[in-house]
Design a protein around this ligand. Sequence first.
Ligand code: ATP
Length: 218
Amino acid sequence: MSTAPIGVLGGTFDPIHYGHLRLGEELGEALRLDEVRLLPSGTPPHRSAPAASSEHRLAMTRLAAQGNPRFRVDEREIHRSGPGYMFDTLASLRAEIGPARAIVVLLGADAFLELATWHRWRELFGLAHIAVAHRPGFPIEGWADQMPQPLAREYSARLMQQLLSVHLSPAGGIVVIPLTALDISATALRETLRSGKSARYLLPAAVLDYIRSNGLYS
Ligand code: ATP
């Protein structure tokens, strides 16, 4: 059995797009993760209800992951009733894989800046490392100044310069990784689809076909 760290990429995926997929692919490669779990959320605690149902978001995630040997779709959040917290997700994954293997939560910079609003956020570091990737519109240079104090403190205490340090312990560190800048967001994509404009090349063709044949976001 492999002991390489497992990546966890959670999101609403409403719909999943190339910004998400490059986040999983590039960070998976840079951190030498042999598995990246894509976890579509159930009822997200921080936002209003997704536009597409859980079933559709799961189906689109499956289509997007197809053919990538590193990607695996993990259904543990989507079937949970009530708010799905990252803490619970990581605790259940940790219980499954045991204490030794590293887990790395993959986040865009926008999501990381919100971290201190997450349920039991400090305890996340007892369960996993966090890898933060650049996202257009959220510059990382000098960004500790934009963080609320408690997050800035954790950030400076936990930042690791060597990406592969995530292989040396099961949890507790933060790494920051450049990512090909793709200014794609699900919100903008839904708007593009709603207004009847082309969304081609912003997300996998199989996902776009699924959206069309199920009449989503129109
Ligand atoms: P929305 O536009 O509705 O906010 P989103 O496109 O940000 O949606 P989410 O499902 O909320 O998608 O994002 C899940 C994760 O993917 C978050 O960690 C987010 O930072 C990251 N992410 C999404 N889009 C990009 C992108 N274009 N580049 C880098 N990271 C991204």
